[in-house]
Ligand binder design. Structure first.
Ligand code: TRP
Length: 453
């Protein structure tokens, strides 16, 4: 077998991991979750779960991935041969493919918005017209399926070409650009007339709206946003060099992801209020507000707003692609490494499956709107199932694996690079405690309260 490839530098590792982490979860999902669950209080819960419950899972996945140098399934076989832990490997292959299916629908929406912006369709449109367009578009049949297909083919094409070489070069360039753009957008958005209400909304917590569902949603958002619980980060960590610092990569990724989400919140919320949109409007929130901001930024010149909009939707698309690739790669790694499939066949199988599920998700905004699973549309059901249940469950099992199945000596060795990294040695007991007790107990408590309250 050819020696496994490694990422070339710490910067590359963080950018690739951040490329997976930063995506529609930050730009699309985070703002509307904040709007649905009461603003600043949700942001605080999300930050707490990111650092207390979810960052330990990041360490768990990187420790497993780098120690085993295998994808999820192989990792379990290598570190705990012949045990039922291999089922965890298998379980974590399924959820990213489900996520990919509805993620691609939203990715498709951004493709549509890119086309629209390029055709100057949003120029000088009133907020109500923009909102009307979104509702009409997603509830139609052919259009959303067509753009979902385009997005899916883009993902398949990149994964087929082999991401390992591509990921590093691609993400190293695009992630910093996206970061700069989103900051610029947030700064601008906060200066809009009427923006201050949105800023207050993000900064002044009102805990009266927080219930068990909000807590579960905050944890789910943290898992989703950091791509944890399904072995994505584990798989990337298997390409990390031995001398890389797990603590630094984890904190680096988590902080960039969190910052990105919060800045996206500051780009979107002030504009939501400025445009008079309801913050709890749901999945369309970002799509309703961005064209409004771009119009204002164009200062009456249609070509200027169109250029700004195009640059933005392209980068959003790229961010969505770098995340979607990482979802598909988990399944592809499994099918090629464990099932001996050719890369092309693996990509084809996953693409067809995820595309079909995605079509159902897309139709659930229109013709299939009446089909309810436990009171949710197909799209919402799959999103909640994955984010609030499957990802935390996968994460829980990963921490239990590292905290209770692996030996302390092995975990110490991996986390501190054989005791050579001083800060990691000093912090090891804290991390070990979070991994063994705090994260698992916290996740179970959130599960139970969500189930029974
Ligand atoms: N974190 C990505 C985002 O915020 C989405 C993502 C990529 C993901 N890989 C994942 C989510 C694995 C859950 C699991 O857009």
């Amino acid at each position: 077998m050819a020696p496994r490839e490694n990422f070339g530098s710490r910067f590359a590792v963080i950018m690739a991991m951040a490329g997976s982490a930063v995506g529609l979860g930050n730009i699309w999902r985070f703002p509307y979750m904040v709007g649905e669950h009461g603003g600043a209080a949700f942001v605080i819960l999300y930050m707490l779960s990111s650092f207390i419950l979810v960052l330990p899972i990041f360490f768990a996945e990187t420790i497993i991935g780098r120690r085993s140098r295998q994808g999820t399934f192989g990792a379990m076989e290598k570190l705990a041969p012949g045990t039922p832990w291999k089922w965890l490997g298998l379980f974590t292959v399924v959820s990213p493919i489900i996520i990919l299916s509805y993620y691609s629908v939203v990715g498709g929406w951004s493709v549509e918005y890119l086309f629209k912006a390029a055709c100057l369709d949003f120029t000088n449109a009133e907020p109500s017209e923009i909102q009307g367009f979104f509702g009409q578009f997603i509830s139609s049949t052919g259009g959303p399926i067509a753009v979902h297909t385009i997005f899916m083919l883009l993902v398949a094409g990149i994964v087929l070409a082999g991401v390992k070489k591509g990921i590093e070069g691609f993400t190293k360039v695009t992630m910093p650009i996206l970061f700069i753009l989103i900051i610029a957008l947030a700064v601008y958005s906060m200066t809009l007339p009427g923006a201050s209400e949105g800023i207050t909304y993000l900064l002044k917590p009102d805990f009266s709206e927080v219930d068990a569902h909000a807590v579960a949603a905050a944890m789910g958002q943290a898992f989703f946003s950091l791509s944890l619980g399904v072995g994505t980060i584990l798989t990337y960590a298997s390409y990390m060099r031995k001398e890389e610092n797990i603590l630094a990569s984890g904190v680096g990724t988590a902080v960039s992801d969190l910052l990105f989400a919060v800045i996206a919140g500051f780009a979107v919320m002030p504009a939501v209020f400025a445009a008079g949109i309801e913050p709890g409007a749901g999945a369309g929130l970002v799509f309703d507000t961005l064209p409004f901001i771009f119009n204002k930024m164009g200062m009456g010149a249609p070509w200027l707003s169109a250029i700004i909009a195009i640059i933005f939707f392209v980068t959003i698309l790229v961010a969505a692609l770098t995340s979607a690739i990482s979802m598909m790669e988990v399944g592809v790694a499994y099918l090629t490494e464990e099932k001996g499939m050719r890369r092309g066949s693996a990509v084809l199988a996953i693409t067809v499956f995820a595309w079909c599920v995605g079509v159902l998700c897309s139709l659930s905004f229109g013709p299939l709107a009446d089909v309810k699973l436990l009171g949710n549309s197909i799209f919402d059901f799959l999103d909640k199932l994955c984010s609030n249940w499957l990802l935390p469950a996968g994460g829980l099992l990963f921490t239990l694996f590292v905290g209770w199945k692996m030996s302390r000596a092995d975990v110490f060795d991996e986390f501190t690079n054989g005791g050579t990294l001083k800060a990691n040695v000093a912090l090891f007991n804290v991390v070990w405690f979070l991994l063994r007790f705090v994260a698992p107990v916290g996740i179970v408590v959130v599960f139970l309260t969500n189930l029974f309250l």
